[in-house]
Write a protein that binds this ligand. Structure first.
Ligand SMILES: [Zn+2]
Length: 319
């Protein structure tokens, strides 16, 4: 039993290294793709062909005249957008950010290439961020853990996907204060489907309540905070992420997730202060990385073990 578990974990770990390499691409490119998409939609709205009243008139009414340069500015932005080369997860091929050197396949082997190149571009010797191999190793370890615990099964693959999506959300939010819907919704739906298929160990009612109450609880905190202070404390992405975690772990885990996210927040804050990333406390850090970190922590400890170790935070027994 133990030997086969080790083989499964080793196989999944290697797969995790490769997936981690892909996650590095997602983490860097997805926010850029989102920003381009938003600009594209905005410009598209302003340049919508005049079938009936223009978008401007629909929003502001006929009494507010359309600004003189609005259309020409939008047309300029449209031309600039159209002239941009394709940018998605596959294109363009990876290049050195400093010198543009095209990264060859053997310079792109997870961890090994980083070590062989001693963390520097083969062409211009600019140092490559140590974050890339760290993401690969962390993803590899998480995949190995999922295979060790659940075997090479649908359940193992599902939890490995959970880990991969949370690694992305953790770093994308840390970098950009964005939590892409495209990842949150996949996470939410997989959690609900996993419960419906009996793969996550959470009953379907607990998953549905977890999603609904997860969203609602942060929505209430957000609006209470906004009414009290006039400021916005978090974003809608945070509600969706807690909803997704609720779908995976069940409604009775919500309090545990929130408690764990504050622990993750304290640790992460200390690390960032130590690393000199946040010298002043007014630089925004959003709640998303803490939530994603709590979800990963729950996976590492094991949902069953979390319930055993923290029985006092499980008021509603729903699974
Ligand atoms: Zn270079």
């Amino acid at each position: 039993m133990l030997v086969s578990q080790g083989i499964d974990a080793g196989f999944a770990g290697v797969l995790g290294l490769v997936i981690g390499s892909f996650l590095n691409v997602v983490i860097y490119r997805l926010p850029v793709m989102m920003l381009r998409g938003w600009l594209d939609e905005s410009v598209g709205g302003l340049l919508r062909p005049p079938v009936g009243p223009s978008l401007w008139t629909q929003v502001f009414g006929a009494k507010v005249p359309v600004p003189a340069r609005l259309e020409s500015s939008a047309a300029e932005a449209r031309a600039a957008l159209d002239a941009l080369p394709t940018f998605d997860l596959a294109k363009p091929a990876s290049r050195c950010g400093a010198c543009g050197h095209a990264i060859r396949w053997y310079e792109n082997i997870p961890v090994i290439s980083y070590l062989a190149l001693r963390g520097r571009c083969s062409q211009c010797k600019t140092s490559i961020s140590v974050r890339y191999p760290i993401v690969e190793v962390v993803t590899g370890v998480l995949f190995a853990l999922c295979a060790y615990r659940f075997g090479i099964t649908f359940t193992g693959a599902l939890w490995a996907t959970f880990a991969a999506l949370l690694v992305c959300q953790f770093l994308i939010d840390l970098d950009t204060q964005l939590l892409p819907d495209s990842l949150n919704y996949v996470l939410l739906w997989l959690g609900l489907l996993g419960a419906a298929l009996g793969l996550t160990g959470t009953s379907l009612p607990a998953a549905v309540w977890g999603a609904a109450l997860g969203y609602l609880s942060l929505w209430l905190v957000y609006h209470a905070y906004r009414l009290a202070t006039g400021k916005e404390g978090m974003g809608y992405g945070d509600f969706k992420l807690l909803a997704a975690l609720g779908a995976w772990l069940g409604s009775d885990y919500l309090i545990a997730i929130i408690l764990m996210s504050s622990v993750v927040g304290a640790i992460l804050g200390a690390i960032l202060l130590w690393a000199g990333r946040i010298a002043h406390k007014d630089i925004p850090i959003s709640f998303g990385p803490f939530l994603a970190g709590a979800g990963l922590l729950c996976l590492v400890i094991g949902p069953v073990e979390v319930r055993q170790h923290f029985p006092f935070v499980f008021p509603f027994r729903s699974t």
